[in-house]
Each structure stands twice: as C-alpha cells, then as structure tokens.
Design a protein around this ligand. Structure first.
Ligand SMILES: [Cu+2]
Length: 179
C-alpha cells in the first residue's frame, strides 16, 4: 500500500494495530509526556528564571528618572563625550535606556555588590543581551523591568540588542564595566 493509492480496505481503523506502529506511538507518547513535565520541573529547579519585576511606565517618565540618575553619578564620558559612564553607589537603583540605536548610559558596577537594574525602551522593542554571561531580557516601551543583579566577576561585558529593531539594529551595542 502506498499513500497515493487508496487503502485496500476502506475502513482502515478497524484493522489491528501493527506492533511496530504501536511501539512508536508509545515511544512518542512517553517522550511527549517527559517533555511536558520537564517544563514545570525546569521552571522550579532549572535556575534559569530572572528575578524579574515589571511595572507600567510612561517612556518620558522613565527617561526623566534615568536622566536624573545619569546627572547624579556620571564619572566620565566615552565616544568623544557622547556617552556618559555612570558609577552608581553599591546597592542602588541603576537605569538603562534602550532606544534607536543605543544603550544609554554605560554602567560601571562594583563586583560582589547588588544592584536593582531598571530597563525600559523609549520607542520599540529591544532585547538586552549580556555577553558572555548570556543573560537575556526583553525591553519594551511602556514597561519598566527591574532585575536584581550581583555581578560576581570583574571585567568588561558586552551588551547587544538581540531583538531586531530596524536598519541600525546591528550597531546597538554597548558595554558594562564591573570593577
Ligand atoms: Cu534594539
């Protein structure tokens, strides 16, 4: 029998199940159940969830908060004065703006200290991706995401936008300093 010809017996579902077919159905069912129960299991035990909080915010209000934060704690600038480098006190709230096509400002954090990192977008959806740690957070306009972070290794990290946001998406990269 082939699939392009009709089955010899029209009422095919009354034929007994072949052992091989039955075995494969059982394997597929078992595997699908394993995958299904892995989802809640991994949610609880996988240690993959960001300690996320999110609040509604008007982009201009968020911008104002970030602006005040930058004015208060800027220690130097980069890119010929275009990008402020901000060093907030340990344990404080730090703000990062995502917009076409820039992360603003550059943050400098202290190793072993805990910060509340606020993230929001001014225009479209962006993606905060911290490399090489592989921490990924969606950044949406109208929402303020707050992530509690404790950098445990000193170094210079890269921030890339991993959500396509237009013609210069590939230039939307930045840095995060941990000292
Ligand atoms: Cu982007």
């Amino acid at each position: 029998m082939s699939s392009i010809q009709p089955p010899s017996q029209r009422v095919w579902w009354k034929q007994p199940l072949d052992r091989v077919e039955g075995t494969w159905i059982a394997i597929a069912l078992l595997w699908s159940l394993i995958m299904f129960f892995m989802m809640p299991y991994w949610h609880v035990y996988g240690k993959q969830n960001t300690p996320g909080e999110a609040y509604r915010v008007v982009p201009t209000a968020y911008q104002k908060k970030a602006q005040e934060f930058v004015e208060k704690y800027t220690v130097r600038t980069e890119a010929n004065g275009a990008l402020p480098v901000v060093k907030p006190p340990a344990g404080s709230d730090v703000y990062l703006i995502a917009r076409l096509w820039q992360w603003w400002p550059i943050l400098e954090l202290e190793k072993g200290k805990t910060y509340r990192l606020h993230l929001s977008a001014m225009d479209y959806q962006h993606g905060f991706s911290l490399q090489p740690e592989n921490i990924n957070i969606q950044v949406l306009p109208g929402y303020e995401h707050v992530v509690t972070i404790t950098p445990n290794r000193a170094g210079t990290y890269s921030i890339v936008c991993n959500e396509f946001c237009g013609i210069n998406h590939h230039t939307m990269v930045s840095r995060l300093y941990v000292k």
